[in-house]
Design a binder for this molecule. Structure first.
Ligand code: SAH
Ligand code: SF4
Length: 426
């Protein structure tokens, strides 16, 4: 979501006559997009901003902060770093070009009611200035779920869906500019509802598939409590919808899920996975997990291990619990020591490392379709994503393949990626 927001703000600035530069010494404005979902990125923000201070002193660079920390801290940011020129919560980002132009410094806006305004997606923020083949598109912002550990509803405001007509226009424009794959974003896409026509998320997927020329569609994130059969069936019905589902479990213990206010049990979660596998037996699954939630016992943690062992995820994202302001769980004692958190985190990641071999071996010797995006950072091969969302190296690819979806026969399963050679179908 932050990538999308950064690109939107960059697009807006470029459409207002600004240019992008890679050299800080050439820049008159730098904007740092910030995340507050866990404690660590928040700490990084201030060290990042500090690195630009010498440029401010020497070249008069202006420094803006946008995103969730801007929303969370507002003018408190200036107490910590008085040299910041602008602070824009997610609902105020559309004002960035105007503020930069008029030089109204320091400018602070972090009012949550701004999140409900349609202008936060102005037409000038659309396009594909980065010349990419894949793009994110936010279909809704905010969240009404209030999972007890999560700051998102407090910094992104209440859930608001964008109009499907606007989304279709945006996706068509992206496609006209070369985008082949869109990933639709929302904190819980299952509660998408077009404010005009009332269509739900599954209907939106059908519309995007039928009415836009994009070749591939993905979405994140789906909340297990709301994942339903209609959405599961889209995996069977919509050929453009890629066989990949991120369904964050967060924990494998009913006790902890209850404390987390996730509103499902492990058995209900498993039923949702079955629903999905029935529609698409070959689906790639991924999930988020939090370890060390207040009160998490060894037994609770072992149940998370069991879920990961049983499910066979292609990818998991696991995090140590960190206490966040405003949240329900901030009232509970953060009583799992950081040693235990790290031990559990490593145990979980080690288990996934072992499982990955099993899970990914199913791609070996298989011909998969890869959207080639760029040269691999190391070596001479090119890389892109397979339909199952795995980074795939194509060892005999050339510049000509970039921006195309090609057949690749997989002959290598690596630690985080897979690899293979081009395959000619007869
Ligand atoms: N809307 C998505 C999640 C957005 S936040 C969902 O419901 O799944 C992304 C991930 O960050 C969460 O899935 C969770 O695993 C993690 N996370 C959120 N708050 C956290 C916290 N306080 N401590 C550790 N991890 C957290
Ligand atoms: Fe946070 Fe829960 Fe909303 Fe996801 S669904 S953003 S975890 S409150």
């Amino acid at each position: 979501m932050n990538v999308y927001d950064s690109e939107r703000v960059s697009t807006m600035l470029i459409n207002n006559g600004w240019n992008m530069t890679k050299e800080v010494s050439e820049a008159s404005l730098v904007i740092i997009n910030s995340c507050s979902v866990r404690e660590k990125p928040l700490q990084k923000l201030f060290s990042c901003a500090g690195r630009y201070l010498p440029y401010k002193k020497k070249y008069g660079l202006k420094i803006f902060i946008m995103g969730c920390v801007a929303q969370q801290l507002g003018d408190k940011i200036l107490e910590k770093a008085s040299y910041i020129d602008g602070v824009f919560g997610p609902g105020a980002e559309y004002m960035i070009p105007e503020v930069a132009e008029k030089e109204i410094f320091p400018f602070i806006s972090n009012q949550t009611d701004l999140l409900e305004r349609e202008e936060i997606f102005p037409a000038s923020s659309r396009g594909n200035i980065f010349g990419k083949y894949t793009s994110y598109v936010t279909v809704m912002h905010g969240c009404n779920n209030y999972c007890s550990y999560c700051i998102v509803p407090f910094v992104r405001g209440k859930e608001v869906s964008r109009k499907s007509k606007e989304l279709l226009d945006e996706i068509k424009l992206l496609a006209d500019n070369g985008v082949l794959e869109v990933t639709l974003l929302g904190q819980n896409v299952n509660s998408y509802k077009d404010p005009d026509s009332g269509i739900d998320f599954a209907d939106l997927l059908y519309k995007i598939s039928e009415e836009t020329p994009v070749k591939r569609i993905r979405f994140i994130t789906s909340h297990p409590k709301d994942f339903n059969i209609k959405l599961a069936e889209t995996f069977a019905q919509i050929s453009k919808l890629m066989p990949y589902l991120h369904l964050p479990a967060q924990s494998g213990s009913d006790n902890i899920l209850n404390m987390m206010n996730r509103k499902y049990t492990v058995s209900e979660y498993n039923k949702k996975l079955d629903m999905c596998r029935k529609a698409c037996p070959d689906i790639a699954l991924s999930s988020d997990f939090i370890v060390g939630f207040p009160g998490e016992t060894e037994d609770d943690f072992n149940q998370t291990m069991l879920l990961v062992d049983k499910t066979g995820y292609d990818v998991i994202f696991a995090f140590n619990y960190s206490q966040r302001p405003f949240t329900q769980a901030s009232l509970y004692e953060d009583n799992i020591s950081s040693e235990i958190k790290f031990r559990r985190l490593n145990q979980l990641l080690d288990l996934q490392k072992q499982k990955i071999k099993e899970v990914r071996n199913r791609y070996l010797n298989r011909v998969v379709k890869v959207l080639v995006e760029s040269k691999s950072p190391k070596g001479s091969s090119f890389m892109g994503r397979s339909e199952h969302n795995l980074i795939t190296h194509v060892y005999d690819s050339t510049e000509d393949d970039v921006g195309k979806i090609i057949d690749v026969k997989i002959n290598k399963i690596l630690k985080n990626t897979i690899g293979g050679k081009k395959y000619e179908r007869n």
